[in-house]
Write a protein that binds this ligand. Structure first.
Ligand SMILES: C[S@@+](CC[C@H](N)C(=O)[O-])C[C@H]1O[C@@H](n2cnc3c(N)ncnc32)[C@H](O)[C@@H]1O
Length: 349
């Protein structure tokens, strides 16, 4: 059992917003989203009163799906998520959700059991995504469907977040969470402090998943772009694969690893020239600087506030709806200029 993951997910982020997420309104909204997505991407999935689902996470999606499917097996590494869900289903007399605390990298799931597997925002957060994926794919029935939603490599939001995480990590900063809105408070903790965020090499993940199917007709994607690796102007921050398992004899090479992409690699960033010239090279310059000398203590407060302002640019769809891409880059550039100034130890400071 990965203690670090359990600790994070039992003490931080999602546990705080339980009351906000476990509401009728939220369940209804997720159910209608699921049905719309199904119609568009996997309408061939026929469910009946025997269909079984595997879901991972807080359990809120399990509750929404429990009104469609006959049985939901919910698994999560967080003791708290499982306890909260059990308490909720008992109180609401929901009888078709079965929740268990397990590490899905290690737990032996029953083979060929599930009609639908929901991995919504899971794979990039586990320590060894290949182990988790292998395990859950083996538990999917032939003709069953898995939905995998991950963070998108090469998107503006996650390049900024990767930069901030590195800055925070290198300086062991414990940022004050100044946000009043509880969703923003949760996002802030989750994005900046969650133990793992892996960014996958999407073409190789696509190829890996294709092995499960007989033709690309059974591998649907949302926001996938096989030609471009980075596009900070146009990429959405999430990517979804929806795969129908046609091959029920999956063979995985023992040493397979899913390839990751370092969002702060110079050659990677250079592929988005405008972004690199304005932002990317400043990110690298700042990280290089703090590697050589830590941030002086008396500047930490100011730096923390700068980080919070930069984080708001990463969440531009919440905080800067009215700004276009060029304007966002301009304000980000100003913040990075401030950060650089703060890092220069001038004598008259
Ligand atoms: C970002 S949250 C997913 C949120 C989900 N979309 C929801 O709304 O409930 C990631 C979840 O993955 C779980 N997780 C990460 N690694 C895991 C593992 N190895 N085994 C089981 N659960 C894991 C965490 O405990 C957490 O609940």
């Amino acid at each position: 059992m990965n203690k670090k993951l359990d600790k994070f997910y039992s003490e931080n982020a999602y546990t705080r917003i339980f009351s906000k997420y476990f509401t009728k309104k939220e369940f209804r909204s997720y159910k209608s989203y699921f049905l719309k997505e199904k119609k568009k991407y996997f309408n061939h999935l026929k469910f009946n009163n025997k269909s079984i689902v595997l879901d991972v996470g807080t359990g809120r999606q399990s509750v929404a799906l429990s009104t469609i499917f006959s049985r939901i097996d919910h698994f999560d590494i967080s003791k708290k998520h499982v306890l909260q869900l059990k308490k909720f289903t008992k109180k609401k007399k929901i009888l078709n959700i079965f929740s268990k605390r397990v590490d899905l990298e290690l737990y032996k799931l029953e083979k060929n059991r599930y009609d639908f597997i929901n991995l919504d925002g899971i794979l990039m957060h586990t320590s060894n995504p290949f182990l988790l994926l292998k395990n859950v794919l083996n538990s999917l029935k032939k003709n069953g469907i898995v939905k995998i939603l991950i963070y998108k490599s090469g998107s503006l939001k996650f390049i900024i977040i990767s930069f901030l995480r590195k800055l925070i990590y290198e300086n062991k900063l414990k940022l004050p969470n100044k946000f009043k809105n509880i969703i923003t408070r949760m996002l802030f903790e989750d994005d900046l402090y969650v133990p793992n965020i892996h960014f996958f090499d999407e073409n190789s993940l696509y190829k890996f998943l294709k092995k499960m199917t007989s033709s690309s007709k059974f591998l649907k994607t949302k926001n996938f772009n096989y030609k471009k690796k980075i596009d900070t102007k146009n990429f959405h921050h999430s990517l979804t694969f929806i795969v129908t398992k046609k091959n029920d004899n999956l063979r995985f090479e023992k040493n397979t690893k899913l390839k990751y992409v370092n969002q702060l690699n110079k050659n990677f960033l250079k592929k988005d020239k405008f972004f690199y010239d304005n932002i990317g090279k400043r990110f690298l310059h700042i990280l290089e600087k703090i590697k050589k000398s830590r941030i002086p203590k008396f500047k930490i407060k100011e730096i923390e506030f700068t980080i919070i302002r930069i984080y708001k640019i990463a969440l531009h769809s919440l905080f800067y709806k009215e700004l276009n891409y060029k304007n966002l880059i301009s304000i980000l550039k100003v913040e990075l200029y401030n950060l650089e100034q703060l890092l220069i130890n001038k004598r008259y400071d």
